[in-house]
Design a binder for this molecule. Structure first.
Ligand SMILES: Cc1ncc(COP(=O)(O)O)c(C=O)c1O
Length: 408
């Protein structure tokens, strides 16, 4: 394996170029497209070479649970995109979240997290960590005083996502990172919703960023994957051994799919972001829509923070349909292009009813505190023509109006 002959230091390249060429390694065949190394193991020239590799004295691959050339290319390209010193890929976004948190923690430690978390992340923070003697406190993410008040002498790390799922609240990442650093603790940010194109948590002061690569990074609804990005020391101290010994590694095949997907990430996210902004404005003007939440709109509650830390409004729009659960179900069921699915970041537009799916596990009072009402729908905007999507939403909302007026 070698770096391509005509290669330039990728750090001197602009982001879109990094995403096409960054991290590439070529075999002796000089292939143009990155190779898929579907192998579990690697041969050594001699026992002495094997010994040296195991000791870490010689470079080279040992076993694909530890590292693999295709996975390494994906990690390197992601590190270049994020401006991170190091990256470790995982089998899913949840494997990345769990490793980034558990790898840092031991019994007796304390974690602070924002209340508005993806359901499985909430399970890790609220149920799993306490089973191993790690206390956790949940706070309202946009309330900086609440973060400060939650810190204890044994607070080791904090965890947040921004924008949040599904209500798209925005948390001030730089301010929260400052609060944590003053207490000698670290901050881990789940950047799945913003995607690596629209927000850079490490540059804002976070110590570690995690992704569900399943979302925008794959972007075509095919593979699960995850990645952890941080400084070399953070990875070495907290993540490297945890992943090697517990084994939630990314398959080389999935790494190859994700690596190739990165080539088109700026085009896809840019287009999805522009379409989402158009759809948010359409929905905000519709009489059957009670509320629209989109971080790119002037009426977003944390618009100033969003403008400071995001370079777009994002690819998701949350909206509340007039008429509660029955109306939300009727609108989603009537859509003809937009599919019903809990996934997001896909080229295909997808709609979710969070109350009955992704956030079903929460207690009603928890949902109420997060603003997840019965009429709320979360729309993940895809790559279709924006006017087709608006027409689809319009006809679905129009049917709702007809059903309601017939019943009245
Ligand atoms: C914000 C967020 N974090 C993490 C995950 C978990 O990712 P995965 O499904 O790849 O494990 C998801 C998945 O929906 C998510 O939305």
């Amino acid at each position: 394996m070698s770096t391509p002959r005509k290669s330039r230091d990728p750090r001197t390249l602009r982001p879109a170029t990094r995403l096409v060429h960054g991290g590439a390694m070529r075999s002796q065949f000089e292939e143009t497209s990155e190779a898929l190394f579907l192998t579990q193991g690697y041969l050594y020239d001699s026992c002495a070479q094997a010994e040296a590799r195991f000791k870490g004295d010689a470079p080279g691959f040992i076993y694909s649970r530890f590292s693999n050339p295709t996975v390494a290319m994906f990690e390197q390209r992601m590190a270049l995109l994020e401006g991170a010193e190091a990256a470790r890929a995982t089998a899913s976004g949840m494997a990345a979240v769990t490793a980034a948190l558990m790898g840092q923690l031991k019994a007796g430690d304390h974690v602070v997290a924002s209340r508005a978390l993806f359901g499985s992340c909430l399970y890790v923070v609220e149920e799993l960590l306490p089973r191993f003697g790690v206390a956790s406190t949940l706070v309202e993410g946009s309330d900086l005083a609440a973060w400060t008040a939650a810190i204890r002498p044994n607070t080791k790390t904090a965890f947040l996502e921004s924008p949040t799922n599904p209500t798209l609240d925005v948390v001030d990442i730089a301010a929260v990172a400052d609060i944590l650093h003053q207490a000698g603790a670290t901050l881990v940010v789940d950047n799945a919703f913003a995607s690596p194109m629209l927000q850079h948590p490490l540059a804002l002061g976070a110590d570690c960023v995690v992704y569900s690569a399943t979302k925008h990074i794959d972007g075509q609804g095919r593979t699960l994957g995850g990645i952890i990005l941080a400084a070399e020391k953070f990875i070495a101290d907290n993540v490297h051994n945890f992943l090697r010994q517990t084994g939630p590694c990314l398959s080389p095949f999935n790494a190859w799919v994700l690596l190739k997907s990165l080539e088109t990430l700026p085009l896809r996210v840019g287009q999805m972001d522009r379409t989402a902004a158009k759809i948010a404005d359409f929905l905000a003007a519709h009489p059957k829509v009670a509320r629209v939440v989109y971080p790119g709109r002037a009426d977003h509650p944390q618009r100033a923070v969003a403008a400071k830390q995001m370079s777009g409004g994002g690819t998701l729009v949350a909206f509340e349909v007039v008429g509660g659960k029955a109306a939300a179900f009727a609108v989603a069921d009537a859509l003809t292009i937009i599919g019903i699915s809990n996934n997001l970041g896909d080229a295909k537009s997808l709609v979710t009813h969070p109350e009955t799916t992704t956030h079903q596990r929460l207690k009603p009072e928890q949902r109420a505190a997060l603003g997840i009402g019965p009429g709320l729908l979360r729309l993940s905007v895809g790559l279709e023509d924006p006017d087709d999507l608006i027409e689809d939403l319009d006809q679905a909302l129009g049917k709702l109006a007809a059903v309601r007026s017939a019943a009245e």
